[in-house]
Write a protein that binds this ligand. Structure first.
Ligand code: ADP
Ligand code: MG
Length: 729
């Protein structure tokens, strides 16, 4: 019997890496950042240059004060926008929106309008700018829209700038829009986010009036840090699991993992750097203010972060960042993996959502040098703490999805228990307030001397960082660290804005009643803050969030520990949360229920696809490779016997391989049966079936596959290994 040809030639891919496009090009483009930034957005400056003065003023007012726009202004804006887009090479326009898939959607229309005499002109009206009508039937609606009623509407969001996307076939104009059903129910991420921004604005202005702080508008601000992997596509495309599920369903841990910590903040490999430069350049053109980039903890893992912006723009820009990363990576022969856990045993990817709120001129979470004296800061900071304590469940739900289940509680991401890291200084201030009704001092940070006269003295922060907290105060903002790398930031931001709006509302009402009872503002505030501090005390935890003791301690404190997505999801539609969203007009009960339905469905679909893919790969790739190897071993043993050569090792190996194959077949049969079973007809029971039966069945198959990977010869192993994927850059 002759040896089979190897099913793949892994080392071809290495050749491809050496010849990557970045290496061929060789030369770097020099760019003028100031000229490039925002060049592909229909910015305020381009509007001012092109619009009649009254129209520009009206639009500006809409953007800054969120007042409704006059339809005649829309016509003028449409003409200016079209001219600008066409001058930049655009042929089409699209209403760009964010359906509940977590991705973005667009349907292109040409600017072309036939004139009836065989010619055509470019046309674009205010009506086309303001409203679109994509077929909504293929987007998730969670039962909001019966299939016969497929109508959906997009509505222009004038507060986020329109932009140009460049495809190989030419450019097109993207108009950020909200997306709703014919019945007026929100079917997207943007609408509730905008509503929550409005609620936060209203309540905060009420509070600021009490403090006599002048403000026209309050805005929430977001700075999302994005982690991701870049993997050579030659490898990635040979792995159906990466292509279909975005993560590896099999793969033994490489001998050299991240133990050496030599990747984190190491110098960025050249091909990767070229790719990131290109990503940044495209995003700069779109007006996305990217600021930092570095290697992350795991090999092959990186991070990018922008400078913060108002919440609505930041959320649009975050979606653009994810899609641009995916798109540009391909030019460099790379695949960008945004999944939370692409590789088992290797650090996963998250997204840190930095969140604050402020007026035109003031960040309301800036404590200043003497926080104990800064009553306005203490008031708003207390509002956040009260909100987080009261709505731990909602924050947990806002980050709940199948991908994130691999990280939360595992030893790399913050645990599923929501708590707040406040740092020594503020914790001390709130303790003083709780005990004495007011605080007399703030612990200072001081200067950090490095013992070398020539080096500058660095101002030391009043508290060290804590990486294990899911929700940390970091100087003048809170950092919600439990988001998954692949998810939209809109819903977590919507939740934060809404729960803080509620806390401010209730605290202002409390202050007002204390003042009606005769207190002056100072007395009323001291009374309120002392009461609040007592109540939210249990949510503050400055220790190690990864420790087992914390789990016990949190239970003693009565904090929630909603471990998995399915544990967390039911609370979304509980009456506390439904009432909250309804009261602040962020989501109606129907809208909330539909979102819940969609999240359950997405959980089911994600794991269902993984289960099917794992079974397919095991059956058609792994099992054949293993039996091929077994037959080689047996053939060798037979021959050896014939000629009287002793090969005990071969027989032992054959036995071990045969045993693993048997184990794999059993596990695989079980997985196939569970896949076929599906868990009933109803989406909730299907989702439960995934959690209870499919996940363990996949794990059992994986154990056997990973065991075989360590035995089967490299040239027979049909899929690239972790070693290939993580260390070739
Ligand atoms: P680190 O997490 O290392 O402390 P930075 O201080 O640079 O990093 O901030 C991380 C992110 O937080 C950045 O995107 C930054 O723009 C953002 N950020 C800073 N201030 C605010 C704010 N007031 N509101 C929202 N995000 C902010
Ligand atoms: Mg951070």
């Amino acid at each position: 019997m002759t040896r089979h040809a190897p099913p793949q030639r892994r080392f071809d891919s290495l050749a491809a890496v050496k010849d990557s496009p970045a290496r061929r090009d060789g030369q770097k483009q020099r760019v003028d950042l100031e000229e490039v930034f925002g060049a592909h957005t229909f910015s305020l400056a381009s509007m001012q240059a092109r619009l009649p003065k009254p129209a520009y003023k009206a639009l500006l007012k809409t953007i800054s004060d969120h007042t409704p726009l006059d339809p005649t202004v829309a016509d003028a804006v449409a003409v200016a926008m079209k001219d600008w887009a066409i001058e930049h090479g655009a042929t089409h326009f699209t209403h760009w929106f964010q359906p509940l898939t977590g991705l973005t959607a667009e349907k292109h229309d040409s600017f072309l309008a036939p004139t009836g005499d065989g010619r055509a002109i470019a046309e674009f009206s205010g009506a086309e700018l303001v409203q679109g009508e994509p077929d909504a039937s293929s987007f998730p609606s969670g039962g909001l829209r019966a299939t016969f009623e497929a109508r959906g509407y997009t509505a222009w969001d004038p507060t986020s700038p329109a932009f140009l996307m460049e495809g190989p076939g030419g450019a097109y104009l993207c108009i950020p829009t909200a997306f709703a059903s014919w019945t007026g129910d929100a079917l997207d991420q943007k609408t509730p986010l905008l509503r929550s921004i409005q609620a936060l604005n209203t309540q905060t202005l009420r509070a600021l009036k009490l403090f006599d702080t002048p403000a026209r508008r309050v805005r929430a601000t977001l700075g999302p840090e994005q982690e991701f992997f870049l993997i050579d596509e030659e490898f990635a495309y040979r792995r159906p699991d990466l292509v279909v599920a975005g993560r590896t369903l099999f793969g033994a841990k490489p001998p050299r993992g991240q133990e050496m910590d030599d990747h984190y903040f190491g110098s960025i490999p050249e091909r990767i750097l070229d790719c990131m430069n290109d990503v940044e350049l495209e995003l700069y053109r779109l007006g996305v203010p990217l600021k930092t980039r570095h290697n992350e903890v795991a090999p092959g893992q990186y991070e990018m972060a922008p400078i913060y912006e108002d919440a609505n723009t930041a959320a649009d820009h975050q979606q653009l960042t994810m899609s641009t990363l995916r798109r540009v990576a391909r030019r460099y022969g790379l695949l960008c993996l945004l999944h939370e856990k692409p590789f088992a045993g290797v650090n996963g990817s998250g997204k840190h959502l930095n969140w604050s709120f402020g007026t035109e001129s003031q960040n309301l979470l800036e404590p200043g040098d003497n926080p104990h004296d800064n009553m306005q800061f203490l008031f708003f900071c207390s509002a956040v703490l009260r909100a987080v304590d009261r709505h731990q469940d909602l924050l947990r739900v806002s980050i709940a999805h199948a991908g994130n289940d691999h990280r939360l509680g595992a030893n790399e991401a913050p645990p599923s228990i929501i708590s707040v890291f406040l740092g020594d200084q503020l914790t001390d201030v709130f303790e003083q307030i709780e005990e004495a009704g007011s605080a007399k001092s703030s612990k200072a940070g001081g200067l950090l001397g490095l013992g070398v006269d020539a080096l500058p003295k660095l101002p030391r922060h009043a508290g060290d960082r804590n990486r294990t907290s899911p929700f940390a105060f970091t100087g003048n903002k809170f950092e919600f660290r439990a988001l998954g790398s692949s998810q939209s930031i809109s819903f977590p931001a919507t939740v934060l804005n809404t729960i803080v709006a509620e806390a401010i509302d209730e605290m202002v009402t409390d202050l007002e009643s204390r003042m009606a009872g005769g207190d002056d503002l100072g007395q009323a505030l001291r009374g309120l803050l002392a009461d609040e501090a007592k109540n939210f005390k249990r949510i503050i935890f400055n220790g190690d969030g990864y420790s087992d003791e914390w789990v016990e301690e949190a239970e003693r404190r009565g904090l929630l520990n909603l471990r998995s997505t399915l544990d967390a999801l039911p609370s979304l539609v509980g009456s506390k949360n439904a009432d909250l969203f309804e009261k602040y007009q962020v989501l109606s009960r129907r809208e909330l229920e539909s979102r819940h339905e969609i999240m359950v469905e997405q959980y089911f679909m994600t794991i269902n696809i993984e289960g099917e893919t794992a079974a397919d790969m095991a059956r058609t790739m792994i099992l054949p490779a293993a039996t091929r190897y077994l037959s080689e071993l047996l053939l060798c043993a037979d021959r050896a016997d014939e000629v009287g050569v002793k090969v005990k090792g071969v027989e032992n190996t054959a036995r071990a391989v045969a045993e693993s194959i048997e184990g794999l077949v059993d596990a695989l049969d079980h997985l196939v049966a569970q896949n076929a079973e599906l868990g009933g007809d109803e989406v909730h029971s299907k989702a439960e079936h995934m959690q209870e039966n499919i996940i363990p069945a996949m794990a059992a198959v994986r154990t056997r596959v990973d065991e075989l990977e360590k035995m089967v010869p490299d040239d027979l192993w049909p899929i690239p290994t972790y070693r290939d994927m993580l260390f070739v850059k």
